[in-house]
Structures are given as C-alpha cells and as structure tokens.
Design a protein around this ligand. Structure first.
Ligand code: GTP
Ligand code: MG
Length: 273
C-alpha cells in the first residue's frame, strides 16, 4: 500500500505518477494513449513489443502532474516482459474492444495477472482503475453493450468510459477524470477516497442482473424449475421485483432486467393453469 504513494517534488505542488495500460492485444490501448498525447490516430495495427514508455505533463486543478505511462503489450507472448511493470502503479487503464466479447471476458484475467505479480503484499484497492469500452465508433460490430460494461466496472468501484481512439470520443473526459481521481488518491495519503469506491448498488443486484442477462428462458430468468406452480412463479417474481425495481436499484441495466422479469412472469403465467 505504501509503495503506491508517489514521490512529490519539493515544491509540494507537482506530483509524479505512474499509470499502466492493460487489456488483450489489439483492443486499442496504444491508440487511446496516442490519441490523448499526440492527438492522432493510426489505423494500421502496430503491436506493442513488450512495453512502450512515455512521459507526459498534465495540469490537474492548480497542480502539474508528471505522468509516466507504461503501455503494455496485450499479447500473452509478452507476459515475461510486462510482469516487471505492475508494481508502484497509481492508475490502470483497463481496455476492451466493445466488438470483441473475449476481450471483455478477459478483464478478470488481467486483474488476476496484476494481483499475482504484486504478490501477497500488493494492494489493488488503492489503485485507480478506469475501464475503457473502446472502438464505440464500430457500432455495427458491437456485442458488449454499455450497461454490461458499466455494471462490471462499477461493481468493482472502477471508473467506466465509452471511448473511441479513432474519433476521439470520450478520450479527454476519460483521462481528465482518471487523473483527478489519482490526484485525489494521492492527496488522501495513497488511499482511495471512500466516495469513489462505492458503487451505489449491491453485489446481489449486480449478480442478479448478470444472471438475468445470461438466462436461457423465462423459467431460468425467474430462477424456478420448469413446471413450477403459479404461487412459486409469483413468489420468485416478487423477490426479483423488490431487488431490481428502478425506484430502488441504480445498477446499470437494472431497468432492462426488471422489464425482462415482468415479461418472463407474464409469459409463464399465461401457460400455467
Ligand atoms: P497490443 O499492443 O498488441 O496489445 O494492442 P493495442 O491494444 O495497443 O492495440 P492498438 O492500439 O495497437 O490498436 C489495435 C488496432 O485497433 C489498430 O489497427 C487500431 O487502428 C485499431 N483501433 C484502436 N482503437 C480504435 C478505435 O477506437 N476504433 C477503431 N475503429 N479502431 C481502433
Ligand atoms: Mg499496443
């Protein structure tokens, strides 16, 4: 935990921080950084070899921040190279491609890799993570929708932004919020301020929304066995309705999940005598 506290310069005004990028190969990590630092986009894929390192200065409130960016290669081949670079990090850009479900599903494995490299003394609670749902310009190929990504991120207390390195959409806002959060963390003695980690919804709500999304039919959605009685269906429905009602639940995707549950109950009751 102590190791995450960045060095301050003598003026006390400027700050030096380290951020890293993580995510599968080809999701756009390098392009996001290039778009922000160089205001340009390269459409040709140039895989990062191991690590790319750069330094940039940014202004956050009245303070100058020197940012050391370590842009990691996503390809598994470079594991041995990048595993050296996880420690002493204040911020992580966790990127997936909204058109590649695999890259979204891989986010947990990226966190696990980092946790493993930090070892038992490492503490990931005091690192700012921002999830970038990238390539939103490719709307036709999109297969991970906003509420699904946001739910995953917010459930973990991470920031979430929809980005396109190609058009620049969301990039400046994402970096600005990211840096402000890191500065707040540093000002808080290297600990994440409690407000930025509270998702505003429970794990049970998040897990239920995810389960409803992945359910194979109406029975499965209500969590009851096929052939269950009207009473049991209504009981299961009431439980879910209380948990997910839009007046009560602010989790991303709760409104759609609630509607799906209402429809599932209606469909089942039609066929049960
Ligand atoms: P590794 O370095 O191999 O881990 O990949 P990376 O995640 O750094 O990917 P990179 O930034 O090199 O981008 C991969 C490919 O996706 C390139 O062809 C980019 O032009 C393209 N790309 C990146 N961001 C976007 C985006 O927002 N929209 C679109 N349409 N293409 C993008
Ligand atoms: Mg790269």
């Amino acid at each position: 935990m102590e190791a995450n506290i960045p060095k301050r310069k003598e003026t006390g005004k400027s700050l030096r921080i380290k951020v890293i990028s993580m995510g599968n190969a080809e999701v756009g990590k390098s392009c996001i950084i290039k778009r922000y630092c160089e205001k340009r986009f390269v459409s040709k894929y140039l895989a990062t070899i191991g690590i790319d390192y750069g330094v940039t200065k940014v202004q956050v409130r009245d303070r100058e921040i020197k940012v050391n960016i370590f842009d990691m290669a996503g390809h598994p081949f470079f594991y041995e190279v990048r595993n050296e670079f996880y420690k002493d990090t204040q911020g992580v850009l966790l990127v997936y491609d909204v058109g590649q479900k695999d890259s979204f599903d891989a986010l947990d494995a990226w966190l696990a890799e980092m946790k493993q490299e930090l070892g038992p003394q490492g503490n990931m609670d005091n690192i700012i993570f921002v999830v970038c749902a990238n390539k939103i310009d490719c709307a036709k190929h999109r297969c991970v929708d906003e509420s699904e990504g946001r739910l995953w991120a917010e459930n973990k207390g991470f920031l979430y932004f929809e980005t396109s390195a190609q058009t620049g959409e969301g990039i400046n806002e994402m970096f600005q919020t990211f840096y402000v959060s890191i500065v707040d963390l540093c000002d808080n003695g290297g600990k994440r301020p409690t407000t930025s980690s509270s998702a505003g919804f429970t794990k049970e709500q998040a897990d239920t929304i995810r389960r409803i999304r992945n359910s194979k039919d109406s029975w499965d959605m209500l969590g009851v066995k096929p052939g269950t009685s009207r009473e049991e269906v209504n009981k299961a429905y009431r439980k879910l309705a209380v948990l997910l009602h839009p007046d009560k639940c602010v989790a991303p995707g709760s409104e759609d999940a609630f509607k799906a549950v209402v429809n599932a109950r209606t469909a089942l009751l039609k066929n049960i005598k």
